[in-house]
Design a protein around this ligand. Sequence first.
Ligand SMILES: [Zn+2]
Length: 261
Amino acid sequence: MAASRIVFLMYHELELSGRRLCQTEPGYVRYILPIETFRKQMQWMKDSGLQGLSVSEAVRFPQQPSVCITFDDGCETDLVAAAPVLREFGLHATFYITSGFLGTPGYLNADQVRELDALGFEIGCHSMTHPYLSDLPEPELKREIVDAKGQIEQILGHAIEHFSCPGGRYDHRTLEMARRAGFRTVANSLFHANSAETSRYELGRVAMLRDMPVEQFASTCQGRGLWKKRLQDGTRHGVRRVLGNRAYDKIRAALLGDRPL
Ligand SMILES: [Zn+2]
């Protein structure tokens, strides 16, 4: 039997009519799906017989056709928009929280994180202040990974096991720090499906974009066409390695009005 491969989807804030987004620049908004689009995608998953899994469930790599559903940043719409839709369709998910954003406008507060947890959704960590981890000296790296984990665990009253890297940036030290902190997995934003052979500390994820047609969503969930994105991604990473994160972002912003999440 072929090894089970699972695509991990990466969502961010969702757009509700009449509700202000956390940020409004085009580079942010391109990652924001209107709630109607998200609902259509989840409906498609349900109708196609795909299971929606949390990260803990996904890394057991069950043989049934499955997709892992993740959210970054810890926006309030995780609870008020995503959770009701996921529950309606019986889908599971992992929400990665940025601990330093808790209680600020547009983001979850501590009670709401506990509520998501109590609903049966999995809570993970997305750092404390959302920096590029690969740029940080050791003490700051520790704060963003170890201390952030402690803050979220304090709120929940139990351990958390999964981390996702802000802006997808990480290096060897990041992964080592996460491992030592007790995280069992680290997710990035490289476009590849994961299998039992994938390192648990380098789980790839596919960024969901607001203009993605439903056919492309369907092929993404089935792991088709990821090589095209990977090729584009490889170029992006190569350029970034040469320029460094900061110079790369300046150029990217100038060209695209874009920023990484
Ligand atoms: Zn983020």
